[in-house]
Design a protein around this ligand. Sequence first.
Ligand code: GTP
Ligand code: MG
Length: 274
Amino acid sequence: MDTNVQKRRENKKSLRIKVISLGNAEVGKSCIIKRYCEKRFVPKYLATIGIDYGVTKVQVRDREIKVNIFDMAGHPFFYEVVRNEFYKDSQGVILVYDVGLRESFDALDSWLTEMKQEMGSQANMESIIFVVCANKVDLTKRRVVDESEGRLWAESRGFQYFETSAQSGEGISEMFQAFFSSITDMCENGGKRPNPEVSIGFTKEQADTIRRIRSSKDSWDMLGVKPGATREEVNKAYRKLAVLLHPDKCVAPGSEDAFKAVVNARTSLLKNIK
Ligand code: GTP
Ligand code: MG
């Protein structure tokens, strides 16, 4: 074959992408990448200093993908020094938290905010594939953030969610496969990721309501009525929530538990209202 034709064909098929890892210090970002690239796990904590950079090649369908991985330090100390430079031009972001540390889950929002700020006017979050790793699922006894809570956070933003363990390898190759395949799809479709509301099958209102119910302080708060509300007010609030969250209608993660909690809250309030 003519070498130029061959070269053109190879160029069309090969793709270069940049992905970055984000999340608090010590959640397991480097170990997840090491597990995938080197098939091993290092139990000793070696904090990433600034940024680690690596390259790997993967095959997605008929394309060869050259992946540049920038593994960020989670420690705030490194922020000013290096981290802010490296958000630019990424096609994929691996967001990691430790299921045994609630603050690392809560921090995901601020990681996204920081990224948006740093990217400034050129921020186009629609052209980036995000995956969320709920990591260290092997340490079941210390787990404090359950699957439905993590999944809801991720999927309500249009991000894929994976339960992972860099230690056992659980979920790691599935996560990377889905991640690279979504990035390839996005690149092949003009650089835009699919509309999340269409693909996830539940609304932002449903997701926000489940989150609100989870963090409510008592039954009044859960139903969204003032303490001392009448039976009618309680029933009205209950009906609205029941329609929104009924398991037959709502597929959002955690909707079944939220629905049960609302039923119980109504029952206990009605018992005490004359
Ligand atoms: P920074 O580079 O400081 O931002 O941390 P990091 O997020 O890269 O964390 P790292 O991968 O270095 O892992 C931190 C510690 O958690 C290490 O002691 C790892 O051995 C441990 N660790 C990482 N992943 C897992 C996991 O899935 N299960 C368990 N049990 N330990 C893990
Ligand atoms: Mg690291």
